[in-house]
Design a protein around this ligand. Structure first.
Ligand SMILES: [Zn+2]
Length: 164
């Protein structure tokens, strides 16, 4: 299974996840999150630009050193989408053709159970094979800039993997 996401997006997504994981480990208070595009990624949080910059550099070093687990995040949007899809599918299957009150209830119970059982492992699987890529040997962080400070800090990190 392969979703045609650009490799640069998937690499940035891996670094983004690892950065958020390190920031949480280092005590930057939740909530925080990120978003990756081809040229780089943004991190929003209540931390300072130094928190983000340090975490991003260390995240890249750790990924380069082979800690590919850091590329997988339980908080990723991939998981949320997977939860929703698995739930909707289970609801459809278990509520059957004839819609009665109880078949609808049965469907929603099935949705919750399926999402609980399958949502997270499937989300991890999709992240590993489709939406992240931990092979970042050639990646450099070329710009780290704070785009806003209030109400949360938004830091833009531009990456480059062309220069060796
Ligand atoms: Zn993600």
């Amino acid at each position: 299974m392969r979703i045609a996401l650009m490799e640069s997006v998937r690499r940035n997504h891996a670094i983004e996840h690892a950065t958020v994981t390190l920031m949480l480990e280092r005590g930057v208070p939740a909530p925080m999150g990120g978003y990756s595009i081809g040229p780089g990624f943004v991190i929003w949080s209540r931390g300072s630009i130094d928190d983000v910059a340090l975490a991003a550099r260390d995240a890249l070093d750790l990924l380069k050193a082979g800690n590919s687990e850091l590329a997988i995040s339980p908080y990723c949007g991939t998981n949320i989408v997977t939860f929703a899809l698995v739930g909707a599918l289970a609801a459809r299957i278990f509520s059957g053709r004839k819609r009665t009150f109880w078949s609808t209830v049965r469907g929603s119970v099935a949705a919750v159970i399926a999402a609980m059982l399958l949502g997270r492992p499937l989300g991890r699987l999709l992240q590993r094979h489709c939406t992240t890529l931990p092979y970042v040997e050639a990646v450099k962080l070329v710009e780290i800039r704070e785009l806003s400070q209030k109400p949360v800090s938004i830091v833009w990190i531009r990456t480059d993997s062309s220069a060796r």
